[in-house]
Design a protein around this ligand. Structure first.
Ligand SMILES: [Zn+2]
Length: 252
């Protein structure tokens, strides 16, 4: 069994003493390869916490450059970073936090043409996009490869998140949003977003990802919804829809 170095024992000391993590869990984190789709309001805090926890490999996918209007949410970036590619700056900052992490920034979008290359060698996918269409593509492509994925979305003062199992025993994103008819009026650029709200959703996703790496019990089949303004939190049970175009028995 692999061992941790003295530096690693020191760096991860506070989480290593948790019985839920321990040496065995830390080694599991180190051996996990995660794809994060999007390096914006969700992707930045998510990547920071996964890298800092010692997740061994992070592939970061985004083709945007840093804009001034990103700074209230994407707090890893500085004013002097404006105009630079997000994935490059983010990877450098993550590496400076944790030299253990193998970082693989990809300056592109997750699209039908790029998806299979971006998913190669990946164990878990985390959606940090602002696009229901991209989520459906993540759902389809991970379903075909029997990979689990974690969705997250935030707009205005509300957020939602869910984890989908590799086999979609508890339903899939297509059971919720099979086509584009419920994609909503727009994203954060049109409707606005409060920084800590998207941060809350990102950290829920980070927790789910870490717990998945550690083999913990997870809230499969549940979409979690939060209104951060009223502090109301609700859950919707996901059910595999008999007529789901992706995961129903008829379409398998
Ligand atoms: Zn489904």
């Amino acid at each position: 069994m692999a061992e941790l170095t003295d530096r690693q024992l020191s760096q991860y000391a506070r989480q290593l003493i948790l019985p839920q993590v321990d040496l065995e869990g830390q080694l599991k984190l180190q051996s996990t390869r995660v794809l994060i789709v999007g390096a914006g309001g969700l992707g930045v805090p998510l990547a920071q916490y996964l890298a800092a926890a010692g997740v061994g490999y992070l592939r970061l996918v985004d083709d945007d450059v840093i804009e001034r209007s990103n700074l209230p949410r994407q707090v890893v970036f500085a004013e002097s970073d404006i105009g630079q590619a997000k994935v490059g700056v983010l990877a450098a900052r993550l590496q400076s936090n944790n030299s253990d992490v193998d970082l693989d920034p990809r300056l592109c979008r997750f699209e039908p043409d790029s998806a299979s290359a971006l998913l190669e060698g990946i164990h878990l996918v985390v959606d940090a996009t602002d696009s229901a269409e991209t989520r459906r593509l993540i759902d389809r492509t991970t379903f075909n490869l029997t990979l689990p994925w974690i969705m997250g979305a935030a707009v205005r003062t509300a957020g939602q998140w869910a984890i989908f199992d590799a086999d979609r025993k508890f339903g899939c994103y297509h059971c919720l949003m099979a086509d584009g008819s419920h994609d909503g009026a727009g994203g954060c650029a049109e409707l606005g977003i409060l920084g800590p709200v998207v941060g809350l959703v990102a950290l829920q996703q980070a927790l789910l990802a870490i717990k998945w790496c550690l083999g913990a019990d997870l809230p499969w089949g549940r979409l979690q919804l939060l209104d951060a303004w009223t502090d109301e939190q609700t859950q919707i049970s996901l059910m595999r829809r008999d007529d789901c175009p992706l995961c129903s028995d008829a379409s398998r």
